[in-house]
Structure formats: structure tokens, C-alpha cells
Write a protein that binds this ligand. Structure first.
Ligand code: GDP
Length: 611
């Protein structure tokens, strides 16, 4: 059978077999799977109208197009699937409770507080934390570990509730984007004196999109002008109808500042959980959950707060979270006390990771340290590949031209003391708007000090390294000095943003605008064997300067652009400039087709100041 060919390129032909490729694979990856030469795949795509290089990461559509052309079924594997397969290969299944119905035990709800800025989210979390100091407990909740548990009594039973201690929907959506659904119930805080605002609506949308039931805390009822009934009215528009109006959403009027009715909020959370959710988990398995916060502590090394979602986490367990692995050396709760076990829905700070996991990374316990390490290594390698792939510039036929002209870009490596600030800084930097001329790229990010390997990456990429509350390790500083890599240290996000923004603006090529200098009309034409055609002109406006750029208009149509006024005379003498109302003779570069009645416009390009 003859191999199919596209544009004369002979193709390796499949028999309809399935090839699995990771999202963002390159033609080289594809070629490896089918034992073909990557260059031939590049050619095939070229004939199909797609210009890509062999190592560039390509879209799902291109992979499928290419597969179709060569009779292969292409299956693009998402990062989540890839991870599932990785865990499968160790016979681990993440995300499911082991056993059957009988093994499931009720677990506390996990709550996130969201709402518009200044409506009192932080204050409410504070009040809940304070209101719940149990008798005999010294100090209450003293540590901000990213989440805390409080206990409330409902119908004579003491029941815990877990609160995520970062208000706002940013953390909520960031975690969800990574496939981690942590929140069971959302408390939407609305200030009774202000009403429903844009971020209120956003928060509601996020919660509803994730099918997370909502409890509304109508806050600041102590304030004059507070109108809790109006809030109920406004929220019906968003599908939140209060129970007293026949709906199924609980509204609780509170004052976070005065601590009024905080218990009411806690009860509403439990009642909503009981009515809408079946929150159960199997505590009898190796623990699984999500890392909700992590940072590098000077004395203790990497410290991560994990929320156990199922199973029981114990000191001594081998754990992996994202691409960080380790063994639980110590666990601390929000009271700063050592704990030896953490049950479903319980947050604990874990000490013992060898590197810092990312906020939102899934975490799980495995049988042995070795397995934890292998999973972490494989994930790191995969992320590194994906990062390299996304760094390659995507070029389509249309913008090939633009891509060939050198684009100006500022590359950054961000290192910081915890994953939250690194992400916040990256987000903020990516929002800097300097138009399309300059590109800002974060080529690497991470938690911890600046290392030699960061500097090596910076050399290759021509990059500035930002250290946020971290320093360069000794050897890294030497290397950076030797290689001329710039390291900048910050401890305030805004300062970092200001400086990077200034740097980007400094990189902008100057913009020019045309400024008209003068206009003249051709009244007479002379031919000279020495200088070509000379136009005898009358200056109608402005002034005509020697060497200025000129264009020629005939009946308002541009005949020629961008010719220099190469000679300029008044009577017999050379002139530098001739003003309005005077006559002159001039030549326009080597343009000779001048006619009586033509208009000559002269202009210069001036640099435009940047806003
Ligand atoms: P967040 O941006 O939603 O976290 O809002 P904050 O918790 O920081 O609160 C914003 C402002 O509102 C602060 O000055 C609080 O003291 C104030 N505030 C919060 N809750 C109440 C309340 O119940 N009553 C009054 N009068 N002020 C409040």
C-alpha cells in the first residue's frame, strides 16, 4: 500500500491505532510515538497551512489534525488524567473514599467566607475565631495556619466547623482551577448599609458554579442606615431567596464588629449542611486532601497546612503534595499545639516536607518515602516540560512575520517565602499594562532562596531574578555577579510592581508622530542637468526647511512620500529655511516628476511622550 502524501511529503501511515499525547505535546513527541522523523511532520503541517517548529508545543486541534492526516486516533491527555495515570501506576486512587457506605462517617463542613471588599469578611472570621474560645482553653486560636476549626452546639450536640482563613473568592477559585474542591459551604457577607456590590455577585457566581450552597451573613446591622430587608430583596435577583420568603437560603443578620449573632451564622452553616449536603468520609484509610497554604520557615523548613478530606493523617506518614514529598515529622493545630492525628475536614500544619508545596496542590499519604519521592519527581519533570512547552513562542502563519522581528520581552524569575505571595506577585505583575510592544514573561517561580539553578536559568533566558522576602544563597550571588544576572530584592509587593512597570516602560521603543512643518505650491518647473527637476514654489504655510521630509500631493492624491528636500534656494542663494509667503526653489531627492499645481508638504517625526 502506498503511503499517503501531503504536498509531496510521504507520511508514516497508521492503521487507525490510538496514540496518547499529553496536552501541549510537540511534533517531536508525536514523532517519537510513531517512530517517524519530526521534520516530516513539520512539513506535513506546513502544507496544511500551519507553521510550527518540531519542538514547539501545539494545540489539541493541530495534534488531532495531524493524526487524522496519517490515520492515527489522537487522544490528548489532560494534566489531571496524566496525574491519575501516574498515581494508577502506583496503584493509588485519589479522590475516592475506600470501602462502602458503612465505612463513611459524618465529617464537619468546610466553609469559605466571600463577599465584596470592606463588607466585613476578615472581621467576621475574627469574631468567629474569638467567639469560640472554649472554656479552659488557654488563649484560643492563636496561630494563623490558613484554616481553623470551631465547635458549636446544635440541638444539644457539639459539632465542629472548619473555616478557611483566607477571605475572598481568589483563593476559592485558584484552588478550584487546580481541581481541588475544598469548600462545602460559602458564607457570602453583605454589608447591610451598602448592599449587593460587584464582588458580591462575583462571589455568588463562583459558589453557584461550583454547586456550593450559600449562607448569607447580612453584616454591619449595628450601623445607621442598615437595611437587612433590602439585602434579602436584592439577592432574590440572584436566586437567593430567604427562608422567611419561602426560599431555601438562610440569611443571618450579624454585626461582626460587636460580635452579635455569630452563633446564628454557625448554626445556619450546620443547618444548611444537613439540609443540602451529605458530608461523610472514610477516616479509615491513608489520608488524602489539599494543601491550602505553604511557606518556608527559617527554623522549621517547609511548612504546609493541609486539609484532610478523607482518611486520617498521622505523624510518621509518608506524604506527597504536588511535587513536594516528605514524611510528617510534626503536626500542629491552630492553637499551636502538637497533634498526632488529623481526621477528615481537619486542618493541620505539617512539618517534614523536603520542599514547599503549592497552595491548592492535592496531597496524599503513600506507603513508603520512596513512592512519595518518585511521584514528586515525576510530577516535577512533567511540570518542567509543560513549562518549557508553554514558554516556546506560538507562531501561526499570520504572525510569523511579527515573530521574526525580535520581540522585546522582560523575563522574570520570582522566588518568595511562600507560595501565596509568589502567586500574588506573579498575578499582579501580569496585570501591568504596557500595550503589545513589550512582553512580560515569568519563566520560573518557586518558594525558597535564590539558588544557582535559578541563576543558570536566568543566564539562558536573559532574565531578572526577583527575591521576595528571600535572599540568594552564597554561591548563587557569586554566579550572578560573574554572569551579570540582575537580582532584585523586595519585601513590598507594590514596590516590586512599580519598579517592573518602570522597567517595562523604559523598554518601550519611542513612539513617533508626524508633525507638519510647512506647505508649498509648485508654481513653475525648471530642468537642470546638474540637480534634476527644480520646483519653483510659493510657501503657503509654515516653513520649508532643507533636509526636511516631504510628500507630494497632486489633486489631493499622494504621488510620492518621504522624499528629502535636498536643495533649497531663495533666488540664487542656498537657504536653510523659507517661510510662509516667500518664494523658493527646491528639489525633492531624486524625484523629478514635478508639475505646476503640485503641493509639497514637509513634516518631521517627533517622539511622543508616553502617558
Ligand atoms: P473585608 O474587606 O470584607 O475583609 O472587610 P473587613 O473585615 O476588613 O471590614 C471592613 C471595615 O468594616 C472595617 O473597618 C471593619 O471594622 C468594619 N466592619 C466590619 N464588620 C462590621 C460591623 O459589623 N459593623 C460595623 N460598624 N463595622 C464593621
Amino acid at each position: 500500500m502506498q503511503a499517503p502524501s501531503v504536498g509531496g511529503v510521504r507520511l508514516p501511515k497508521g492503521k487507525g491505532e490510538t496514540i496518547r499525547l499529553p496536552r501541549g505535546a510537540s511534533l517531536t513527541d508525536f514523532a517519537d510515538k510513531i517512530n517517524a522523523n519530526p521534520a516530516s511532520l513539520v512539513q506535513v503541517l506546513f502544507h496544511l497551512g500551519e507553521m510550527v517548529t518540531s519542538t514547539q508545543s501545539v494545540s489539541d486541534e493541530i495534534l488531532e489534525l495531524l493524526g487524522g492526516e496519517m490515520n492515527y486516533q489522537v487522544q490528548v491527555v489532560s494534566p489531571e488524567e496524566e496525574d491519575r495515570e501516574l498515581l494508577d501506576s502506583f496503584s493509588i486512587s485519589y479522590g475516592e473514599d475506600a470501602g462502602g457506605e458503612d465505612d463513611l462517617v459524618v465529617r464537619p463542613p468546610v466553609v469559605t467566607v466571600m463577599g465584596h471588599v470592606d463588607h466585613g469578611k476578615t472581621r467576621l472570621l475574627d469574631s468567629i475565631r474569638k467567639a469560640n474560645v472554649m472554656e479552659g482553653e488557654a488563649g484560643g486560636i492563636t496561630q494563623h495556619i490558613g484554616a481553623y476549626q470551631v465547635v458549636t452546639e446544635l440541638e444539644g450536640v457539639e459539632r465542629p466547623i472548619t473555616f478557611i482563613d483566607t477571605p475572598g473568592h481568589e483563593a476559592f477559585t485558584a484552588m478550584r482551577a487546580r481541581g481541588a474542591q475544598v469548600t462545602d459551604i460559602a458564607i457570602i457577607v453583605v454589608a447591610a448599609d451598602d448592599g449587593v456590590m460587584p464582588q458580591t455577585v462575583e462571589a455568588i457566581n463562583h459558589a453557584q458554579a461550583a454547586s456550593v450552597p450559600i449562607v448569607v451573613a447580612v453584616n454591619k446591622i449595628d450601623k445607621e442606615g442598615a437595611n437587612p430587608a433590602k439585602i434579602r430583596q436584592q439577592l432574590t435577583e440572584y436566586g437567593l431567596v430567604a427562608e422567611e420568603y419561602g426560599g431555601d437560603t438562610m440569611f443571618v443578620d450579624v454585626s461582626a464588629r460587636q460580635g452579635t449573632n455569630i452563633e446564628g451564622v454557625l448554626e445556619a452553616v450546620l443547618l444548611t449542611a444537613d439540609a443540602a449536603l451529605d458530608l461523610r468520609a472514610n477516616p479509615d484509610m491513608e489520608a488524602q486532601g489539599v494543601a491550602i497554604e505553604a511557606h518556608l520557615d527559617r527554623g522549621r523548613g517547609p511548612v504546609a497546612t493541609v486539609l484532610v478530606q478523607r482518611g486520617t493523617l498521622r505523624v510518621g506518614d509518608s506524604v506527597v503534595a504536588g511535587d513536594a514529598s516528605g514524611r510528617v515529622r510534626r503536626m500542629l493545630d491552630e492553637h499551636g499545639e502538637d497533634v498526632h492525628e488529623a481526621l477528615p475536614s481537619q486542618p493541620v500544619q505539617v512539618i517534614g516536607f523536603t520542599s514547599v508545596p503549592g497552595a491548592g496542590d492535592t496531597f496524599l499519604v503513600v506507603d513508603e518515602d520512596r513512592v512519595a519521592r518518585q511521584i514528586a519527581d515525576r510530577r516535577r519533570a512533567r511540570d518542567r516540560n509543560a513549562e518549557l512547552a508553554s514558554r516556546r513562542k506560538r507562531v501561526s502563519l499570520e504572525d510569523l512575520d511579527a515573530a521574526l522581528k525580535e520581540t522585546d520581552s522582560l523575563n522574570l524569575i520570582i522566588k518568595g517565602d511562600n507560595s501565596g505571595t509568589v502567586e500574588a506577585l506573579e498575578d499582579a505583575l501580569m496585570k501591568i499594562d504596557v500595550g503589545d510592544d513589550v512582553e512580560l514573561r515569568v519563566t520560573h517561580r518557586g518558594v525558597g532562596g535564590i539558588t544557582e539553578s535559578d541563576i543558570n536559568l536566568a543566564i539562558a533566558d536573559n532574565t531578572i531574578v526577583l527575591g521576595f522576602n528571600v535572599r540568594a544563597e552564597g554561591k548563587a550571588t557569586e554566579l550572578a555577579n560573574r554572569e551579570g544576572v540582575e537580582i532584585r530584592y523586595y519585601s513590598v509587593i507594590y514596590q516590586a510592581i512599580d519598579e517592573i512597570e518602570a522597567a517595562l516602560k523604559g523598554m518601550l521603543k519611542p513612539e513617533y508622530e508626524e508633525v507638519e512643518l510647512g506647505r508649498a505650491e509648485v508654481r513653475d518647473v525648471f530642468r537642470s542637468s546638474k540637480v534634476g527637476t527644480i520646483a519653483g514654489c510659493m510657501v503657503l504655510g509654515g516653513e520649508i526647511r532643507r533636509n526636511a521630509r516631504a510628500r507630494l500631493l497632486r489633486d489631493n492624491v499622494v504621488v510620492v512620500e518621504n522624499q528629502p528636500v535636498s536643495s533649497l534656494r531663495r533666488f540664487k542663494d542656498d537657504a536653510v529655511e523659507v517661510r510662509e509667503g516667500f518664494e523658493c526653489g527646491l528639489t525633492l531627492g531624486n524625484f523629478n516628476d514635478l508639475k505646476v499645481g503640485d503641493i509639497i508638504e514637509t513634516f518631521e517625526m517627533r517622539e511622543k511622550p508616553r502617558a
